[in-house]
Design a protein around this ligand. Sequence first.
Ligand code: KIV
Length: 303
Amino acid sequence: MNASQLSPAQTPDQGSTQAPAAAVTASGGHSLYGGVTNRRVTVRDLAAAKQRGERWAMLTAYDALTAGVFDEAGIPVLLVGDSAGNCALGYESTVPVTMDEMTILSAAVVRGTKRAMVVGDLPFGSYQESPAQALRNAARLMKEAGVGAVKLEGGERSARTIELLTESGVPVMAHIGLTPQSVHALGGYPVQGRGDEAAHRLQRDAKAVQDAGAFAVVLEAVPAELAAHVTETMAIPTVGIGAGVGCDAQVLVWTDMAGMTAGRVPKFVKQYANLRAVLGDAAREYAEEVRGATFPAPEHSFK
Ligand code: KIV
């Protein structure tokens, strides 16, 4: 058993003098959101949130500036997802993303934030070979980029790896259901867990990653009812994406959620802004003013 399997009350205090990351709310309760804090969110804060029944939001981030905005907005966990492949690096999927790329992006997100727990994704090919390979690359993300945890895909098939990482002091967020790194094996991005056999497999995967020591598990593209059932049976938080409202937390890819993504977005995405239009309008107006010699104006010029 490791710390993520203990309730916060059972977790031995390491003698820390740090203030709690959870802010005190008006009603005197604690909240992961929006408080003035002087340290990063930890796995213990997330375990405590599960105990309180407090839901939380995770967003992806791939650079320091955007991560800083989300940190100031009180997002407690930022994922440097290998979705950077599609959303920042111009690849067609997450498959080509390398450890070098993940290390650079993760370091930028850590530098741009003060409070969020930063989780770095282990990209395709960086952990499947062996638990030892996974530990080497997870340690690299922690040492060179400064992430507080790593994420990797797979349930039962990744349990041995999760066990070694957590025993070695690497907090692991697992990712089951639809695992985008297997896009070629799956033949696309189909919903997972439909039908009795697939539902049982998902439940086994969830149990396996929890038993192996994961501190949280992402459930991607899973029927809402099944995700809610899994969430009820789990001691660690579930983080849903396309998995309905019954999860402990939710994650969205920031470029989808803010309307930066070109073209269609998945059904499970809600767009909270239309940044692509805002940015496009700004660029067009700037170019127009340059052409018309109305920029720079006297107030933008030196005497
Ligand atoms: O890479 C990523 O952004 C992810 C999330 C969609 C969970 O894995």
